[in-house]
Design a protein around this ligand. Structure first.
Ligand SMILES: NC(=O)c1ccc[n+]([C@@H]2O[C@H](COP(=O)([O-])OP(=O)(O)OC[C@H]3O[C@@H](n4cnc5c(N)ncnc54)[C@H](O)[C@@H]3O)[C@@H](O)[C@H]2O)c1
Length: 389
């Protein structure tokens, strides 16, 4: 326990993410105050933490005494006064800028000057959340993945105003919580939600062009690439409402960069309420499952896989080009945050950057669209016949 720097941690927002984050941090040995404006959310959070710990107990991952100790370290409440003696607060409330900004301002009035303020936001810039604080140097992004108890990746995002050294302190703490931290620049989608865009976007595009159906595209990515879930299965799992909103948000925040442009297919599924598993129907029908389409010929599967993996690898390289994160962090993020079978930059080394470059230029010539323009880093890697590892 002594290895923890932040021994009193507040969590603001006790929904799906807040309750999981509270469990992770209490398990590591810190005292946690879990806050929400809704008593119903707090009740639900307590139940879901108890259930999750019960499962771990059943699997002999924790003892009864440890379960009790973890629960004993979590207190809950609807008063902001519970945060007074915290030295770190992770906000996981609604994804609305004003809600978060108001909350941070109220928190700053109550906590000590040394208390670090962090947000678990997926899409709001950390800079905008620190706007209005007396001491914005204490603000940082700590972005967990869902479900927080199971997913190892945590993205740490310092803003332009975050004090020097805070990202490294938080990095060490996240490791002590048993997670895999990476550091990313305060840019839309950070690492994972940016680099993963083509997995969905290019797959939908292949479908829209009539090249193949959902099942065949999923089949291609799983059998040729070793992805655990195909893009359409994964979108249905994430929820087409959530996925559409992330796509739109990354696109608009990048000033309408054509690479991230949402597709009409995705929008129509969202508008029709075809959210995926949670609504019973998305790209697949979960209430009345249809028989799987016959497997396509290997040539078509290869063509689909090559196109999607090329766009993914290219996006990872471009993310490195813009200095959003280091090469190891980009590769770790995709493996530990979304279960990719391999790091994308390593994958690019294996396929060859001349091949990636050639394919991108082929797509650019064919479609004449900016979404296929070549990243300067991929150009350089190919021209100089270099590898990252
Ligand atoms: N769900 C995901 O996959 C995921 C992944 C990573 C990050 N996030 C981010 O985490 C945050 C929470 O997401 P979630 O999925 O847990 O949402 P959720 O809807 O499950 O929970 C949000 C909680 O915030 C509470 N809340 C609302 N206003 C509040 C306030 N002013 N103060 C304190 N609590 C308040 C609500 O009562 C609710 O319990 C969002 O910023 C989201 O973008 C979500």
């Amino acid at each position: 326990m002594s290895k923890l720097k932040f021994n009193r941690v507040g969590i603001a927002g006790a929904g799906a993410m807040g309750s999981g984050i509270a469990q992770v941090i209490a398990t590591a040995g810190a005292h946690v105050f879990l806050y929400d404006i809704s008593n119903a959310s707090l009740d639900k959070a307590e139940k879901s933490i108890a259930q999750s710990l019960e499962i771990l107990l059943g699997k002999n991952k924790i003892t009864e005494a440890e379960k009790k100790a973890i629960q004993g370290r979590i207190t809950t409440g609807t008063s902001l006064d519970g945060f007074i003696d915290c030295n770190l607060i992770v906000e996981a409330a609604l994804e609305e800028m004003k809600v978060k900004q108001d909350l941070f301002r109220s928190l700053e009035e109550r906590v000590s000057p040394g208390c670090v303020l962090a947000s678990n936001t997926s899409s709001i810039s950390i800079a905008s959340l620190s706007n209005g604080l007396t001491n914005p140097e204490r603000m940082i992004g700590i972005h967990f993945f869902n479900p927080a108890v199971l997913m190892p990746l945590v993205e740490i995002i310092p803003s332009v105003l975050t004090r020097n050294g805070l990202a490294e302190e938080v990095f060490a703490e996240v490791k002590a919580w048993g997670k895999s931290p990476v550091i990313a620049k305060d840019t839309p989608g950070f690492i994972v939600n940016r680099v993963a865009r083509p997995y969905y976007g290019e797959s939908i595009r292949i479908y829209e062009e009539g090249i193949a159906g959902f099942y065949t595209i999923d089949h291609a990515m799983k059998t040729m690439g070793g992805f655990k879930m195909g893009p359409f299965e994964l979108m249905d799992f994430i929820g087409n409402d959530v996925n559409y909103k992330v796509t739109e948000s990354v696109w608009t925040q990048f000033f309408f960069e054509p690479r991230y442009k949402p597709s009409l297919t995705q929008k129509r599924y969202f508008e029709a309420g075809l959210y995926g598993r949670k609504s019973g129907r998305g790209y697949y029908n979960y209430q009345n499952p249809e028989p799987a389409a016959p497997d396509a010929n290997p040539e078509l599967l290869g063509k689909i896989f090559d196109r999607v993996i090329t766009l993914l690898i290219h996006e990872a390289a471009d993310t490195l080009f813009w200095g959003i994160a280091g090469k190891e962090d980009i590769d770790t993020a995709m493996m530990r945050g979304v279960n990719y079978p391999k790091g994308l930059l390593k994958w690019g080394d294996e396929i060859g950057w001349n091949v990636i470059s050639h394919r991108m230029q082929g797509l650019y010539e064919r479609y004449g669209e900016d979404r296929y323009r070549l990243s300067p880093l991929v150009f350089e890697m190919a021209e100089q016949n270099k590898t990252f590892y």
